[in-house]
Design a protein around this ligand. Structure first.
Ligand SMILES: Cc1ncc(COP(=O)(O)O)c(C=O)c1O
Length: 365
C-alpha cells in the first residue's frame, strides 16, 4: 500500500532525542530555543515562538493581537476545523469568504465581508499552497486589519518571493503528518518584537520572569524532546519540499488531460510546499468519489478527502451565533470534488507510476 502520508525520521532525530533524554532536562530548554532560531531563519522572519500544537499557535496569535468577543475574523470555510475552533476559543466571531479554484481564499470575497467589527483576516495556505498574500496584505493594509496566516500545512512555502508566515503573524503545525513533524507541536512567527514578547508571555503562564506575572497566561510550551525531533527536519526543509515538488510535477505530467480529473494548478509567483497533492473529480467524471477512492485502495494507492465538509457545516456549529453562515458557492461545489493522492518524499518513481496508472484506471467508467 502506498500511504497518503508517511513520517520520515532518521538517525539525527534519534540521536537528538537520546541526547535530551540523557541530559536530564526534558521540558522547554536549549533545543526549543535552537528550533525557534532555525525555524525563524528558514522563514526569513524575526521571531519564531514554539508552542504545543498548531491549534494553540492560532489561538495564541489571535490572543496576542487582543482579538476576542465582538471581533470578526474572516477566514475560508475550506480548512481543517482547527482554524474555526481557534477563532471560537478566543470568543471572536467567524466569517467565511469563498475560495478560488486553487483552493485558497479569494481576497475579493474577503473584501466584501469587511465591516466595522472586522479585526483580522485569516487565510489558510491549504495543502501547502500560499493564499494570494499580496492581495490579502493590501486589503489588510487598507483597513488596518491584523493578518494571521494559517500555515499549518505550508512550511517553507513562498508567495511572490516572500516566505509564508512573514506577511503578518504565521502559525504552523508540527503534527505527525506535516512536512516538518515532531508528533505534536506548533510555531508562531512574527517580525514584530512586541507580538513575539506577548506570545512568549502567554505561552508561559504570563510570566516575564519566574513568578512575575504580567498577564494571565497558559502552559503552551513545547518540550526539548519534541524540538530534538523537529530540528533536523527544519535543517532538511528545502530538501523535503523539493522532493514533494518533484513528485507533484511527475503526477501532474502523468495525469494531464485525464478526462474527469483536474490536477492542482500553482498560480504564478507562488511556491507550493505540497503538503497534499489534491485533484478534483470534475462534473463529467464517470465514477463517484467513493468508488474512485475504493478503486485506488484496491490498487494499493492510499488517498484522503481533505475535507469532507466545509468547516461550519457540522451540526455542532449550527446554533452558535459566533459562526456566521456566509454563502460560499464555489467552496461548496469544490468540497464534494477533492481527493488527495500520495506526494510525500517516501513516494519513489515506481510508486508514482503505480499512482498514475491506478488513477487513470479508476476513472474508466
Ligand atoms: C489548516 C490547519 N490549521 C490548523 C491545524 C492545527 O494543527 P494541530 O493539529 O497541530 O493542532 C491543522 C492541522 O492539521 C491544519 O491542517
Amino acid at each position: 500500500m502506498i500511504p497518503v502520508s508517511r513520517v520520515v525520521v532518521g538517525d539525527e532525530e534519534e540521536r537528538g532525542v537520546l541526547e535530551v533524554l540523557r541530559s536530564g532536562m526534558l521540558a522547554q530548554g536549549e533545543k526549543v530555543a535552537l528550533l525557534e532560531e532555525l525555524f525563524a531563519s528558514a522563514h526569513q522572519v524575526g521571531h519564531a515562538v514554539a508552542v504545543s500544537n498548531g491549534t494553540v499557535a492560532l489561538t495564541a496569535a489571535l490572543r496576542a493581537r487582543g482579538i476576542g468577543p465582538g471581533d470578526e475574523v474572516i477566514t475560508t470555510p475550506f480548512s481543517f476545523n482547527a482554524t474555526l475552533n481557534a477563532i471560537l476559543e478566543t470568543g471572536a466571531t467567524a466569517r467565511f469568504a469563498d475560495i478560488r479554484d486553487d483552493f485558497t481564499v479569494d481576497p475579493d470575497s474577503m473584501a466584501a465581508l469587511v465591516n466595522g467589527r472586522t479585526a483580522a483576516l485569516l487565510p489558510v495556505h491549504l495543502y501547502g499552497l500560499p493564499a494570494d498574500m499580496t492581495a490579502i496584505a493590501a486589503l489588510a493594509g487598507r483597513h488596518a486589519l491584523t493578518v494571521i496566516e494559517d500555515a499549518a500545512q505550508a512550511h517553507g512555502a513562498v508567495c511572490q518571493g516572500q516566505s509564508v508566515g512573514s506577511f503578518g503573524i504565521g502559525t504552523f503545525s508540527l503534527y505527525g503528518t506535516k512536512n516538518i513533524t515532531c508528533g505534536e507541536g506548533g510555531m508562531v512567527t512574527t517580525d514584530d518584537d512586541e507580538t513575539a514578547r506577548i506570545l512568549r508571555l502567554l505561552r508561559n503562564q504570563g510570566m516575564r520572569a519566574r513568578y512575575d506575572y504580567e498577564v494571565p497566561g497558559y502552559n503552551w510550551r513545547l518540550t526539548d524532546i519534541q524540538a530534538a525531533i523537529a530540528i533536523p527536519q527544519v535543517q532538511r526543509l528545502k530538501e523535503i519540499n523539493a522532493a514533494r515538488n518533484a513528485n507533484a510535477a511527475t503526477l501532474t505530467a502523468g495525469l494531464a488531460g485525464t478526462p474527469g480529473l483536474a490536477t492542482p494548478g500553482v498560480p504564478p509567483g507562488r511556491h507550493h510546499a505540497w503538503h497534499q497533492y489534491t485533484v478534483r473529480l470534475t462534473p463529467d467524471c464517470p465514477v463517484s468519489r467513493e468508488e474512485f477512492c475504493a478503486r485506488l485502495d484496491a490498487a494499493g494507492v492510499g488517498s484522503g478527502i481533505y475535507y469532507p465538509k466545509l468547516m461550519h457545516d457540522y451540526p455542532c456549529y449550527a446554533s452558535d451565533p459566533r459562526v456566521i453562515f456566509d454563502d460560499t458557492p464555489f467552496a461548496r461545489e469544490i468540497v464534494g470534488q477533492v481527493v488527495s493522492l500520495p506526494v510525500h518524499p517516501g513516494v519513489d518513481d515506481t510508486a508514482l507510476s503505480v499512482i498514475i496508472n491506478a488513477v487513470k484506471a479508476a476513472l474508466r467508467g
